[in-house]
Design a protein around this ligand. Structure first.
Ligand SMILES: Nc1ncnc2c1ncn2[C@@H]1O[C@H](COP(=O)(O)OP(=O)(O)OP(=O)(O)O)[C@@H](O)[C@H]1O
Length: 287
């Protein structure tokens, strides 16, 4: 109930406090009204309500507005007079919501991997998208992912294992390392996944690998604040991610193997050290 309710309250406050462009545009030679903008952003922060607040706001959930697949919706009124709709999720323990969220996430990851596998391995001519990133994964009303924006895509001969590129493609941070190099690339460039630096300044991938190498998968799972029951899906995703960020394209699995790994059809195999190229030449896996 908490998440859904927060979302609705947030939308309601957002509408009231929406900042118009004119407020942040420059006025004559004056700089943008940054302070005002930051103050407004502060007001946009979601508010947390206790169950007591919700009981009072909805008069103990007396006025039912309707029901959706995940629960019933009640009319409420906040102390400032704003009307709100409060949704009570069915079986709404945090664990159940989390399990549902992880299952959706896994479904999206598998659907996306299947889409790319089709482009690489099943359609008549192999197609390399070159710019796979979260912004180009669209979701329909059933959360089925669609790969979008083929502006940089290239059709390739299925027999050719390498493609020569004349211009830089992809987005830094998402593109495979060889995309920035003046040498032929392979369809394996799209198995590279996003890496990011956490606040600790430790390179996230290095931290993940250090834990994996020590056999401490539970440390990674723990850092995601995921319940024990949901850890299996997450462990598979972590393994796949580390396979997909291998520096050498020949070490990265093809997308049909990624699909099998995500679906649990292949046993989790510890990936090679993604930093091995910095110290020694790794052996080639036959994916
Ligand atoms: N802000 C609102 N004002 C009035 N009625 C509302 C409001 N929000 C929801 N309702 C009522 O509650 C019903 C269910 O809304 P809800 O948003 O949960 O639908 P849903 O998105 O289809 O649900 P779900 O995602 O659980 O399948 C709506 O059909 C409508 O009758």
């Amino acid at each position: 109930m908490g998440l859904s309710m927060l979302y609705r309250i947030f939308r309601c406050i957002e509408k009231k406090a929406k900042i118009s462009y004119s407020q942040i545009e420059e006025v004559g030679n004056e700089p943008p009204l940054i302070v005002e903008l930051l103050n407004n952003m502060e007001k946009l922060k979601p508010t947390r309500f206790t169950s007591h607040h919700l009981n009072v706001a909805t008069s103990n959930f007396t006025h039912k507005l309707g029901a959706g697949g995940f629960g019933e919706v009640y009319k409420g009124s906040l102390p400032n007079g704003n009307s709100v709709a409060v949704k009570v999720l069915k079986g709404s323990s945090d664990e159940q919501i989390e399990a549902q969220f992880i299952a959706e996430l896994s479904k999206i990851a598998i659907g996306m991997a299947k889409g790319i596998a089709y482009l690489h391995e099943d359609c008549q001519d192999r197609m390399i998208h070159y710019d796979i990133k979260p912004g180009y994964i669209l979701l329909d009303q059933n959360f089925s992912p669609k790969v979008a924006d083929f502006g940089l895509a290239k059709l390739c001969n299925r027999d050719a294992t390498h493609v020569t590129m004349t211009i830089g493609r992809g987005t830094p941070g998402y593109a495979a390392p060889e995309l920035g190099m003046p040498c032929p690339v392979t369809h394996k460039e799209e198995e590279e996944l996003e890496v990011s630096l956490p606040e600790s300044q430790e390179w996230f991938l290095r931290w993940v690998w250090n834990n994996l190498e020590r056999g401490e998968m539970e440390e990674i799972v723990k850092s995601c604040e995921i319940e024990e029951e949901d850890s299996e899906i997450l462990e598979r995703m972590i393994m796949v991610a580390v396979w997909c960020v291998q520096y050498k394209p020949e070490l990265r699995p093809c997308m049909s193997s990624v699909v099998k790994m995500l679906e649990g059809g292949i046993e989790n195999i510890l990936p090679p050290n993604p930093f091995a190229h910095l110290v020694a030449r790794p052996s080639v896996m036959d994916w």
